[in-house]
Every structure is written in C-alpha cells, then in structure tokens.
Design a protein around this ligand. Structure first.
Ligand SMILES: [Zn+2]
Length: 69
C-alpha cells in the first residue's frame, strides 16, 4: 500500500518570503494533504509551518514521481 515514502528532498517555496529551496522533508505521508516527518526550515525565516509552504512546480513533479514509483 502506498502512503508513506521515505526520505525525499523536495523543492519547496516559502510563502512568507517567497524563497524557494530544496529540503530533506523525511518521510512523506500522502493524505488529503501532504505531511512531512521533518520540520522545515526556510533559509530566510527559520522554522516554518507546513501551511507556510507550497510545492514548486519542480516539487510537485518530485512528489508525483515518488507517488507513482
Ligand atoms: Zn521564508
């Protein structure tokens, strides 16, 4: 059963400052909403909540590839 994927580095965008960065999010849990194992640190803002983040186009592609694997 799909659902949890280990150790993914995703390209994310911080909605607070608009920066994009690659981050090792740890395990990804696929649900109605993605959730990540690791806390995410923006290079500008420090610790950010998942609601403050969005996947870039690259990040979405990365997630899709992981999910379909
Ligand atoms: Zn930020």
């Amino acid at each position: 059963m799909k659902g949890v994927i280990k150790l993914a580095i995703l390209n994310l965008k911080c909605k607070r400052c608009g920066k994009t960065f690659d981050f090792n999010v740890g395990k990804i849990v696929f649900g109605n909403k993605l959730s990540f194992e690791n806390k995410i640190f923006c290079t500008e803002c420090g610790l950010v909540e998942i609601d403050d983040l969005e996947l870039t186009e690259l990040g979405q592609t990365q997630v899709a590839e992981l999910y379909l694997r």
